[in-house]
Design a protein around this ligand. Structure first.
Ligand code: SF4
Length: 388
């Protein structure tokens, strides 16, 4: 019985989970050797998928565990501190259990290349803090690192199956993006990644089904899901989903993605950090203040250069002048404040490699400064696309 049929016949959680387990097993036993890749965000949905897959692997004889399963998480390098800690710890627990049980599991945490990190773009290149119309971060910090890994596996194996913990009932946005794949097939081609098929085993589950399962079942890698449940309680909300395409990206940096980057200036208020602070993690208050400060300085005219990084001046079709990146003074001020924040909180918030790259970019800009650039009228950009 398919998951959809189980829904029609009886609206019962147990039947649904039975159908999901059967579908996972059936897909794993298909006559090809495409590796599985689980997009793991550390949130409830991808944790459930990981739980069910590991349970399935344990239920079959070792000789039948021929298909490798990669569990891939992404760390933007500016994740909420408690969330990244949870991801790292749970991945380690899963990896240890997989070794102990002899399961064909590979755990991998992807990260943006240092040259494309939040701080190198914001402080180095002076990109204004991301907002809804200039959200430069998701692609660089989330989509690219994970996609690179998936592509490398697809190139090696010819094809991969990406298991996503997306659910139709999660949100209206999610329902719309899930709907794109509703063609009656279990596996669907990924919109952007060649050689990648998408499998959504828990798409029909409701939020209550997920929580109930996690509360009642201990993870096969040991411990309990109570830590995760506590994390949600503290953050008082949703999660930042695994993002592997631009279609998934609208849910990144919204009020429904409260496990996002602690630096996120796309959300009006960082609900997850606020939730953690309200739950007693007062050590995050300075981070919250720093993020709010980044939001507040974004549109201060004197903090922005007149020209874009390539020397052009931007005027929209409507005649509005669009300022360029943060001035070098402001970038230096942000870096100094960030270092002071590290000192005050005892947390490492930026790497030495990022600081070196920032200084290299600044040096390059200072060297370029003064080399007069002359643009024709045609070259003066009149493009709404770059309006911030
Ligand atoms: S959570 Fe915010 S800062 Fe992080 S990638 Fe998404 S939109 Fe950008």
């Amino acid at each position: 019985m398919s998951v959809a049929e189980a829904l029609v016949v009886e609206d019962e959680g147990a039947a649904l989970f039975r159908a999901i387990r059967a579908e996972l097993l059936d897909e794993y036993r298909q006559d090809h050797d495409w590796p599985w890749i689980i997009g793991y965000s550390g949130g409830k949905d991808s944790t459930l998928v990981t739980h069910l897959v590991i349970e399935m692997l344990l239920s079959i004889p070792p000789s039948q565990r021929s298909r490798p399963v990669h569990i891939v998480a992404n760390d933007t390098l500016v994740e909420s501190p408690l969330v990244v800690q949870h991801i790292v710890e749970s991945m380690e627990e899963i990896g240890n259990a997989a070794n102990a049980f002899g399961l064909p599991i590979v755990t991998k945490i992807t990260r943006p290349s240092p040259d494309q990190s939040f701080w190198v773009n914001l402080i180095g290149r002076g990109y204004p803090s991301p907002n809804r119309s200039f959200r430069w971060c998701t692609d660089r910090m989330k989509i690219l690192p994970t996609s690179r890994y998936i592509k490398s596996q697809a190139d090696e194996a010819g094809q991969v199956v990406l298991l996503l913990g997306v659910r139709r009932s999660e949100s209206a946005t999610r329902a719309a993006s899930v709907g794109r794949y509703d063609n009656g097939e279990r596996l669907n081609k990924h919109n952007d990644l060649v050689g990648c098929m998408v499998f959504r085993p828990i798409v029909e589950l409701h939020t209550d089904d997920v929580w109930e399962f996690l509360a009642l079942n201990e993870p096969p890698w040991g411990g309990s899901h109570l830590k995760l449940i506590g994390l949600y309680r503290s953050a008082s909300g949703g999660e930042c989903p695994v993002v592997t395409s631009k279609d998934d990206a609208p849910s990144c940096g919204t009020t429904s993605s409260r496990f996002g980057c602690w630096t996120c200036t796309v959300v009006e208020k960082d609900r997850s950090l606020e939730g953690f602070v309200e739950s007693g993690y007062s050590e995050f208050t300075p981070l919250l203040d720093f993020r709010d400060w980044l939001v507040s300085i974004r549109n201060e005219k004197e903090r922005r250069q007149a020209r874009r990084r390539d020397g052009r001046i931007t005027i929209t079709n409507g005649g509005t002048f669009v300022p360029g990146p943060f001035t070098l003074q402001t970038r230096a001020e942000i870096l100094e404040k960030l270092r002071r924040l590290e000192h005050a909180t005892g947390q490492s918030l930026i790497t030495e490699e990022e600081i070196d790259l920032i200084h290299q970019i600044w040096s390059g800009e200072i060297a370029d400064h003064g080399k007069a650039k002359t643009f024709s009228v045609r070259e003066i950009v009149k493009d709404r696309k770059h309006a911030t």
